[in-house]
Write a protein that binds this ligand. Structure first.
Ligand code: ACO
Length: 321
């Protein structure tokens, strides 16, 4: 069967930095509270860019890193819940902006697990369809869904994008799995557009993010260890066969607790949450790119990624880079 590898990675972070100190000027919080509870020191948010802009810049870097011609791309998936418009999809607009051929291009929403879900779909499509290369992007402008007066959520979130080009190469996406558990969706959601009718033609509004932080924490600290254990077991690997673990960058305490429960030393766990906060579907993709570019991942290394998010949803991948 055709092997699908990560050929190149890229990421793009908007330039405006919002430090904990900045936040403490308009909500009741402190740098000490945010760092000790989350590990986040600052996050970046967009000023005049939207999700498609972030996706575009990350895509250019991934295409360059993969060393391919953009005409070779057969599939484009953007994982996001913060598209520029209700329609068309970010991927549709981006296909034209990148000057790609007329290819299949669509968005996927599995909230913070979006990139993990899209990786499964892209990998399976490359293996089974007449497609050779895919461009896969996680991109979010969560700042536009954030209630900037709610200290429970606004301190956690940030904007950004990460991209990968997939195709036949020296490495391999060895295994993946993704799950949804929708009965817990009340613990984390972004309220949608209210219903309209001819009798009730009120304007469209999009609600803010609502979260029960403790329930998300409990779920994530269980989901990461159990999904890492099962993907290792299914592939007859031990935890120290893995060179680097990349967990969704939502909270440093979640990452540290999961690593401790798995007996993994923190020097094998990638962390960049202090710079970006939680960038949702972009989180794993940005981390992957930074790990590659900083030399923490080298060709031939084995990595495990775990994303989790609203729903709840979660997704794991075992990759030989
Ligand atoms: N600054 C100061 N105080 C705060 C802040 C803040 N930014 N936010 C909350 N507090 C207060 C609370 O109001 C509470 O006060 P009270 O005791 O008077 O009611 C107190 O701090 C303690 O709150 P806890 O809920 O006990 O804090 P906890 O240690 O659980 O940490 C946190 C909260 C950081 C949210 C944690 O639960 C967490 O990280 N959960 C996971 C969040 C997550 O990953 N969400 C997913 C991402 S969001 C998305 O998907 C888009």
């Amino acid at each position: 069967m055709k092997k699908v590898s990560v050929l190149g990675t890229g990421s793009y972070i908007p330039s405006r930095v919002l430090t904990n100190e900045d936040l403490s000027k308009f909500i009741e919080t402190t740098d000490e509270w945010i760092v000790s509870r989350t590990g986040i020191k600052e996050r970046h948010i967009v000023e005049d860019e939207n999700t498609c802009d972030l996706a575009y810049h990350s895509a250019l870097k991934a295409i360059e890193a993969a060393g391919i011609d953009k005409d070779e791309i057969d599939l484009l998936i953007v994982a996001t819940f913060t598209g520029d418009n209700a329609f068309p999809a970010v991927a549709n607009v981006l296909q034209a902006r990148l000057g790609l051929r007329e290819i299949m291009a669509f968005d996927m929403n599995a909230e913070c697990s979006g990139f993990a879900f899209a990786l499964v779909v892209a990998e399976k499509m490359l293996r089974s369809l007449k497609m050779n290369k895919a461009l896969l992007i996680g991109a979010e402008t969560i700042s536009k869904y954030t209630d900037w007066s709610d200290r429970n959520t606004c301190v956690l979130l940030g904007d950004g994008a990460g991209a990968v080009v997939l195709g036949e190469g020296s490495g391999e996406i060895i295994d993946t799995n993704c799950y949804s558990k929708g009965d817990l969706n009340k613990y984390l959601y972004g309220a949608g557009t209210p219903l309209k009718s001819p009798e009730n033609n009120v304007g469209n509004t999009v609600g803010n993010i609502e979260m029960n932080g403790r329930e998300v924490f409990k779920f994530a600290t269980r989901a990461i260890p159990s999904s890492v254990k099962s993907i290792l077991e299914e592939n007859n690997l031990q935890s120290d066969d893995i060179d680097l673990y990349i967990f969704h960058q939502a909270n440093l305490r979640i990452i540290e607790k999961a690593a401790k429960d798995l007996g993994i030393p923190m020097d094998k766990v990638f962390v960049n949450i202090e710079k970006y906060g939680n960038t949702s579907a972009a989180s794993i993709a940005i981390a992957l790119d930074e790990a590659v570019r900083s030399g923490k991942i080298k060709r031939g290394d084995k990595i495990v990624t775990v994303a989790f998010g609203a729903g709840f949803t979660w997704g794991t991948s075992l990759i030989e880079y």
